[in-house]
Structure formats: C-alpha cells, structure tokens
Write a protein that binds this ligand. Structure first.
Ligand code: 15L
Length: 274
C-alpha cells in the first residue's frame, strides 16, 4: 500500500444484497458510505450516497470510484449460476472494480471471496490461506479469479487487498444445519471482520476465512491474527439440537468443505479427489 490508510469514504458494491444491507446499517455514521448496486437501494440516509449501476459497465465503475479510500466489493452473483450470468457479473464486474480502483488511486479493496474457491478440499483436512484453489462450481471459479486479481493488483500496483473466504452468512443468530456448525458466520462477526479489514493501517495482501468462533471450524486464520478479529459467536451451542434432527447430508456434500455446492452437476469420481 502506498502510504498509511486513513479511511474516510467507503464504497460498498452489492450494497442491496444480504451482506451489504447488514454492513450498511452497521457502518452508518462510522464511515462516509457510497453504496452501489444494480438493484434499488432505497432512500439515502445522512452520510450515504447511492449509485445504481451495473458492475459490467466499466465507465460506471470508474465514476463510482472517485474520492473513495476503500472498496468493499460484494457485488455479483452470490450462488452457483449459468456461465452467462457469472461472466459479466463476477468476472468482468470484478475486473472493472479492481481496474477502476487502481485508476482512481483507491488504496484498498476488500473482496468478498467464498469458501467455494476451495470447496473441493476434503473436509477432514484443516485448511489455511495457502491451500491451492479447488473451486466447486463456476461461482467458485469466479472467486478464485477475484483472489488472483487481488494478488495482481496488490503486487503490481501496490493496492492493499483482503480476500474474505466467507463461510455461511445466512441466519444472523444461529446455524441452520450440520454443515453450518463448521461454516456459520453471524452477522455481528461479519460486521467486525470487515471493519477490522477496513481499519487496519497496513497490510499488502491477505486471505481471511469469514467464519465465527465455531468449535467445529475447519479453517485456519492464524495468518491474520494481527487484524484483531475476535469472533464473538459459536455455532456449537446449537449442535445438540441440530444433530438430534438426524438429517443426513448428501454423500458427496459431506466429504468436502464446499458442502452442497459440490454435488451440483457432479459426474466425477469422488475417490479421485484427494
Ligand atoms: C456462499 O458463497 C454463498 O454465497 C452462500 O449462499 C452460502 O451458500 C455459502 O457460500 C455456504 O457455503 O454456505
């Protein structure tokens, strides 16, 4: 990063989505917020600027980037979808965001990656930030692409970049099934994690797992202790109740970190996936 980061204005892309809405409410008054989405964003509150735009539109990305200190890039398709949807939103859109940030002199980009970038690692393996990409879907491939772009823009252009491999951000208060005993992140932990990534004065390129303090967590964040992320919630208090339901996870899903994304369109051989 070129010089210390003093954050004034944050651009949140995908601000009308599930994570965006929660961050918007939590950061109102704390940062100057520029909120962008292709979907309607409602009325602007004091301290907010709203930009309705398509991230596949490079010129629109350049305009929304002016005067921004830090981007929280959440925009794009958030689940598996057809390539025709993933390509403009998650590939071209992600490129447009990083490139517009570079051109505008933005110092930091926090990219919402996903556990699905590494979804085909076996679940019995505890994985960290250095494991190879093993996407489980086209969506997962788009997250690997975004992480690679982040690495490029950090090394080549000096942007400070954090890639958040988010687990399951759904129910604010509790996990909903057995896999989420591992992968759940509560809303308040997500707010804390992104805030730490915004406020930390100096890092070059980091990969962080977005997960609560779950007893059954299988993702190692020891590389980013310096951020001071101290998740407050633990899915485990719901474990007995969830496991008593006796739900059986899909045979393929249960073997891999990516869970229910891994059996989608699956016609491979699980025994070959080491
Ligand atoms: C994701 O990346 C998705 O955006 C979300 O819908 C969840 O399915 C989550 O991963 C998960 O792995 O549970």
């Amino acid at each position: 990063m070129k010089g210390p980061l003093a954050v004034k204005r944050i651009l949140i892309t995908g601000a009308a989505g599930a994570i965006g809405k929660v961050l918007r409410a939590a950061y109102r008054g704390k940062y100057q917020l520029r909120l962008s989405d292709i979907a309607p964003l409602g009325e602007a509150a004091p301290g907010e600027e709203l930009v309705q735009a398509d991230l596949a539109d490079a010129a629109a990305c350049e305009r929304m980037m002016q005067g921004v200190d830090c981007v929280v890039h959440l925009g794009g398709v958030a689940v598996e979808d057809a390539w025709e949807k993933i390509l403009p939103a998650n590939i071209a859109g992600c490129y447009n965001v990083f490139e517009a940030a570079r051109r505008a002199g933005v110092k930091r980009v926090i990219f919402a990656s996903s556990n699905h970038a590494v979804g085909f690692h076996r679940r019995e393996r505890f994985i960290d930030d250095r494991v190879q990409p093993r996407p489980d879907t086209r969506y997962g491939v788009s997250k690997v692409f975004g992480e690679a772009l982040g690495r490029l823009y950090a090394d080549k252009h000096g942007l400070s970049v954090a890639c958040l491999r988010i687990g399951t951000f759904r129910n604010p208060d509790r996990p909903d099934n057995a896999r989420q005993l591992l992968t759940w992140i509560s809303h308040r932990d997500m707010v804390q994690l992104v805030e730490r990534c915004i406020d930390h004065p100096d890092y070059h390129f980091i990969v962080v797992y977005g997960v609560s303090n779950n007893l059954r967590n299988r993702w190692d964040n020891s590389n980013v202790k310096f951020l001071g992320y101290r998740p407050e919630d633990d899915a485990e208090i719901y474990a007995a109740e969830i496991l008593a339901r006796g739900e059986v996870e899909n045979e393929i899903s249960a073997q891999f970190h990516g869970g229910f994304f891994t059996p989608m369109e699956f016609d491979g051989d699980p025994s070959k996936i080491d």
